[in-house]
Design a protein around this ligand. Structure first.
Ligand SMILES: C[S@@+](CC[C@H](N)C(=O)[O-])C[C@H]1O[C@@H](n2cnc3c(N)ncnc32)[C@H](O)[C@@H]1O
Length: 413
């Protein structure tokens, strides 16, 4: 029987609770997933909580800009009141919920979460309207990054794509499609082999997930592993492999994979996950700024990066990145690439990938590498989705739910 007392938390209250945690440094995706998993919300209510949390965080600069005319010192407001105003403004301007259906709900939340701010909440949410804004505020991207994109990619038209709802992409392992059909979960094929877009969920409740037939992964991320084109039985080193997601796909195609990372906790989680998928990968823990003893004919380095290609499903990252961040990251990526280079056997293939859209972390790293490593040459490849910029390597355009990525492929002479 349900315990009396605590009222059931609605979708708006859940979104608020999640965003307050993100404001304290948590990541949106796992925080929201966990909150939804533990909540009693179902169907459309889950959808609304998700839309509110993602949409508000994706549009933060623009929401604050629209709220500005109605607030004297927004930074002095208690945190819950500020987030209630942002959420309420998002719901009104972007979900276009009429005032009568939404304002009173935010006011009730303010009474509970931000005492003394209910009147202000009511007055502001009734008046707030869409304001004209400079493009970087309109798209809610830090100005330095927006200007960099304009200069380097020759335009910023793709930036608004990061404010779309993120689709649920999964990588399919044997039996996935049948399991999804049996469960009645609609899906569409993705742009690369093995990738599916699901139209149902929640993911962790699906038996196709629990029985290890699907694994969440963006197709642009899966493509980094596919670019190796490692044949059956080939030895592969997956460097900076984290929890081994790319390793899992390579192993499922018949490669013998060893995945290296410096973070043992991620690797432990990876081992458990790969058990669920029924896939064998060897894990080794090492700091890859120093060389490793092993060599293989196929080496993948999916390097740590600023994540600027993943802003759709990690909207919080855009507010955490600082000017100089991509250059500092490139300084870490370069020694990792040198480790990957010494780990590739002569005649072998090396793939470098980052889920970032910056010059420093992509072409910057690769130009320096080619200048300092005459034993390597670029190997051309064709991108299965539209490119944002090409040569050397290629940046994938973050459209149709894809992450922005950079890939380069080399052959060791
Ligand atoms: C982009 S993530 C890898 C994601 C993984 N390849 C996947 O497909 O899920 C980058 C990884 O680099 C690792 N890393 C960061 N610095 C490292 C270092 N110095 N040596 C080894 N791994 C490092 C992080 O722990 C993180 O798991």
């Amino acid at each position: 029987m349900k315990k009396p007392g605590k009222p059931r938390e609605g979708p708006r209250a859940l979104a608020l609770r999640v965003l307050l945690r993100v404001a304290k440094g948590k990541y949106l995706e796992p925080t929201l997933d966990l909150a939804l998993e533990r909540s009693e919300l179902r169907g459309p209510d889950r959808g609304l909580a998700t839309q509110l949390a993602y949409g508000t965080l994706q549009r933060l600069y623009y929401l604050d800009h629209s709220l500005k005319p109605w607030l004297r010192s927004p930074e002095r407001l208690p945190e819950p009141a500020r987030w209630i105003l942002r959420l309420g403004t998002f719901e009104k301007l972007f979900l276009r919920t009429p005032d009568y259906a939404t304002v009173s709900q935010w006011v009730e939340l303010a009474k509970a979460a931000a005492p003394g701010q209910a009147k202000l909440t009511n007055a502001v949410l009734r008046r707030v309207r869409a304001e004209k804004a400079p493009p970087w505020i309109e798209d809610s991207i830090p100005r330095f990054l927006y200007e960099h994109w304009g200069r380097f990619f020759g335009g910023t038209g793709f930036a608004r794509l990061f404010n779309e709802p993120p689709p649920l992409w999964v990588t399919a392992f044997p039996g996935a499609e049948e399991a999804l059909k049996n469960e009645g979960v609609p899906f569409e094929p993705g742009p690369v082999p093995g990738s599916l877009k699901l139209m149902g969920g929640p993911l962790r409740a699906l038996s196709a997930y629990r029985s290890g037939r699907i694994q969440p992964q963006n197709p642009a991320s899966l493509f980094a592993a596919q670019l190796l084109e490692a044949p059956r039985g080939a030895r592969v080193l997956d460097l900076a492999g984290g929890a081994g997601l790319k390793a899992a796909w390579l192993a499922a195609q018949g490669a013998q994979v060893t995945s290296y990372d410096k973070n043992p906790r991620r690797q432990e989680a990876g081992k458990k996950n790969l058990k669920r998928l029924g896939i064998a990968v060897a894990f080794k823990t090492a700091d890859l700024t120093r060389p490793i003893a092993e060599q293989a004919p196929y080496v993948l380095l999916d390097a740590p990066c600023t994540g600027t290609g993943t802003l759709r499903h990690h909207p919080e990252l855009r507010y955490r990145i600082q000017p100089g961040g991509p250059e500092a990251m490139a300084k870490l990526q370069y020694p990792l690439l040198e480790t990957a280079a010494t780990a590739t056997l002569p005649g072998g293939r090396l793939v470098y990938a980052v889920c970032s859209l910056t010059e420093a972390e992509g072409m910057g790293v690769v130009r320096r590498f080619l200048a300092e490593h005459s034993e390597y040459e670029l190997e051309p490849f064709s991108l299965p989705f539209p490119a944002l910029k090409q040569g050397p390597g290629a940046y994938a355009r973050p459209e149709a739910g894809l992450d922005g990525f950079y890939y380069a492929r080399f052959r060791r002479r």
